[in-house]
Design a protein around this ligand. Sequence first.
Ligand SMILES: *[C@@H]1O[C@H](CO)[C@@H](O)[C@H](O)[C@H]1NC(C)=O
Ligand SMILES: *[C@@H]1O[C@H](CO)[C@@H](O)[C@H](O)[C@H]1NC(C)=O
Ligand SMILES: *[C@@H]1O[C@H](CO)[C@@H](O)[C@H](O)[C@H]1NC(C)=O
Ligand SMILES: *[C@@H]1O[C@H](CO)[C@@H](O)[C@H](O)[C@H]1NC(C)=O
Ligand SMILES: *[C@@H]1O[C@H](CO)[C@@H](O)[C@H](O)[C@H]1NC(C)=O
Length: 361
Amino acid sequence: MPVLSSLLLALTASASSALLPRVDAPAPFNSSLFKDLNVSRGLNYHYYAVPADTGKLTLLFLHGFPSTSYDWRHQVPFFQDKGYGLLVPDMLGYGGTAKPLDPQLYVSSLVTRDIIDILDAEGIEQVVVIGHDWGSKTVSRLANYFPERFHSCAFLSVGYMTPALFATPFEERINLSKAVLGYDNFGYWDFFSSEGADQIILDHLDSFWDIAYANDTTTTITDWSPLGALEAFITNDTKVVTVDYVTPEERAIQMEAIRQGGLAAPLNWYKIARGTLEGQDDKGIPQENALIHKPIFFGAALRDYGTVSAPIFLAGALVASDTDSSVTIREYNSDHWVQMALPDEFNGDLLEWIESLGLDA
Ligand SMILES: *[C@@H]1O[C@H](CO)[C@@H](O)[C@H](O)[C@H]1NC(C)=O
Ligand SMILES: *[C@@H]1O[C@H](CO)[C@@H](O)[C@H](O)[C@H]1NC(C)=O
Ligand SMILES: *[C@@H]1O[C@H](CO)[C@@H](O)[C@H](O)[C@H]1NC(C)=O
Ligand SMILES: *[C@@H]1O[C@H](CO)[C@@H](O)[C@H](O)[C@H]1NC(C)=O
Ligand SMILES: *[C@@H]1O[C@H](CO)[C@@H](O)[C@H](O)[C@H]1NC(C)=O
């Protein structure tokens, strides 16, 4: 309870400046470094911004579902102390950023434009971009639409999503994953895209959080991924042993952020991918940018069975690059949440890769 009340205090204190919702991730984030930007299409983005020391690169960290910038709490102090510039937004639908309910507003051509608006507002020409989960889709599309704004791209848990991926009808994707993995890896997208799923999850949030952070990740094969399984699991309020690397205080902060923002907006990330909106939008990707012509880092989570990072998809990550670009792959004995599960290992690898790019002064 003390954590929740201090979070609420922080929220109230920082709400003074505007009508805009303000949800600052707590320490180790420095609350005075959060900013808001009304991007060109008139939506507010809330983001953490640390200017780079002279000669240092700026790193752009993009989180996934169902999260906020707080997912990067172990990376922010590590890279900030080393003088790197940081941009860590709450993605569309989350935290202090706008939460429109129209799924069409979530397609990649629009979300990537928002991110570029943030770079423009900060006066930053090029960044190193790092994505996790659905953040990896945004990294993919940033590389497709705005390759000139990046030195290099890093994908964590979820690899490069090719323009062809969402052009394939959902039923075919389900069948393909069954054929390749032996289970219908994407079945939960059906539940996430269904009417009322947001309220069902909120009504059973403890059970939902449990399975999202289950210590035994094979649970996701039986109780998360298959069609119908996740809804059955949470409506039953089933509990499982959760990971030990998220403290009870951190869990309370994450769950409170979900309760405050709700899930109607975040689930749009699934709706556009389950349906045809993302596939249609991806037709606008210039053919010459379908492959990434920049150095790539892929952090594979070897015990993540719920997303396309399952080891079997490793090869797919390589397809992302053209023959001249360098690909660095690191494997983690981790579940989906590598940046929280193995922060020291991941931070060290990311730093080594960034330094190896030879871009720092
Ligand atoms: C937070 O950032 C502000 C503005 O840069 C700075 O003045 C302050 O010392 C920082 N606080 C901490 C605890 O680092
Ligand atoms: C954001 O910008 C749009 C125009 O792009 C404007 O109509 C709207 O009033 C602005 N919102 C805020 C909160 O400033
Ligand atoms: C998927 O597999 C099911 C069951 O084998 C089959 O009935 C269906 O036609 C397949 N759908 C597609 C789109 O391949
Ligand atoms: C959690 O998972 C780890 C690694 O799979 C295992 O060694 C450990 O025994 C598990 N802890 C609990 C409490 O189940
Ligand atoms: C429902 O809960 C019971 C007891 O907690 C458990 O044995 C059962 O497997 C659960 N069912 C589902 C679908 O998770």
